[in-house]
Design a protein around this ligand. Structure first.
Ligand code: ADP
Ligand code: MG
Length: 248
C-alpha cells in the first residue's frame, strides 16, 4: 500500500486567503519523484499563487506542503531553496551585464557572489560543472556572451541553467515557453524531458501543444481548486474542462 510519504511533494488542504478571497482553496496535490507535472488553467486560476506558496514567497492560511516529508510551509524562502526546491519566475531574472559563464558561476552553490570573488576559488570542478550545465541548456557556445545580448528564449534557458546548477530535487517553472519561437519550444520540451529524470518538475503552461509534449500528468486548476487531473487525453475530454476553456 502506498502512502502520502512516498511522494516527493505532498500538498494537502492548502488554502490561501487574500482579504477573504481564496486564490488557492483547499487544494491537495501529490507529485512523484521523476514526475513531470503540468498545471494548466485559465488566468486567475491560482497557478502562480500555488508556486508562490510552495517556494515560500506567500504564506498559506492553512494546509500542509510536504517535500520529502519535510513541512515547507513554515520555512523561509531561503530554507526552502536549501531543502532542494528551485523556482523559475515568469520573467527571467538573470544578471544582464554578466556573461553566461558568470551568471552560472554566481548561481553555483556556495559560489562567489555578484559582489566579489574574494572568498571563492574557481576550481576545475566548478568550471566543468558550469560548462556541463551550459551545454545542457543549449548555451555551450555562448559562455562568454553578455546575458543582455541573448535572445529571449536563451535568457529563459540561462535561468533554467542557473537553477539546474544547484541540482534541485523539485524544479518549478512558470510559463517557461512564453515568447519563445516554435524551434525554441521544441528544444525546451526536450530539455524538460531530460531534466525531469532524477527529480520532480512542476510546470505551469498554457501552450497545449507544448503540454502534450512534456506532461506525465496534467492538473487543471480553476478558481483555486482542482477541476480535473490525469493524462492529457483524459483531461482534454473532461466536460468540466471543456466548459471552463470554451465558456470564455
Ligand atoms: P494564475 O497564475 O493562475 O493566472 P494567480 O495565482 O496569479 O493566477 O492569481 C490568482 C488570483 O489571486 C487572482 O485573482 C489574483 O488577482 C489573486 N492574487 C494573487 N496574488 C495576490 C495577492 N498577493 N493579493 C491579492 N490577490 C492576489
Ligand atoms: Mg500566473
Amino acid at each position: 500500500m502506498s502512502s502520502n510519504t512516498d511522494f516527493a511533494l505532498a500538498i494537502e488542504d492548502l488554502t490561501v486567503s487574500f482579504d477573504g478571497f481564496k486564490a488557492v482553496d483547499n487544494l491537495s496535490l501529490y507529485i512523484d519523484k521523476d514526475e513531470l507535472r503540468v498545471v494548466i488553467g485559465p488566468n486567475g486560476a491560482g497557478k502562480t499563487t500555488l508556486l508562490d506558496l510552495i517556494c515560500g514567497k506567500t504564506k498559506s492560511t492553512s494546509g500542509s506542503i510536504k517535500f520529502k516529508n519535510k513541512e515547507l510551509s513554515k520555512l523561509s524562502e531561503h530554507q526552502i531553496v536549501h531543502a532542494g526546491v528551485g523556482r523559475k519566475f515568469q520573467t527571467p531574472s538573470i544578471y544582464e551585464n554578466l556573461s553566461v559563464y558568470d551568471n552560472l558561476e554566481v548561481s553555483y552553490p556556495e559560489g562567489r557572489t555578484v559582489f566579489g570573488a574574494l572568498a571563492f576559488k574557481r576550481t576545475d570542478k566548478v568550471d566543468a560543472r558550469i560548462k556541463e550545465i551550459a551545454n545542457e541548456v543549449f548555451l555551450g557556445d555562448f559562455l562568454s556572451m553578455e546575458a543582455a545580448l541573448l535572445s529571449h528564449g536563451q535568457k529563459q534557458w540561462l535561468e533554467i541553467g542557473m537553477l539546474l546548477i544547484q541540482d534541485p530535487e523539485l524544479l518549478m517553472l512558470d510559463e517557461p515557453v512564453a515568447g519563445m519561437s516554435v524551434r525554441e519550444r521544441e528544444q525546451t520540451a526536450e530539455l524538460l524531458n531530460r531534466i525531469s529524470k532524477g527529480r520532480s518538475v512542476l510546470v505551469i503552461e498554457h501552450d497545449m501543444e507544448f503540454v502534450a509534449r512534456i506532461a506525465h500528468k496534467v492538473t487543471v486548476l480553476h478558481q483555486g481548486k482542482i477541476l480535473a487531473e490525469g493524462d492529457m487525453k483524459t483531461v482534454q475530454n473532461n466536460p468540466d474542462v471543456i466548459e471552463v476553456y470554451l465558456g470564455h
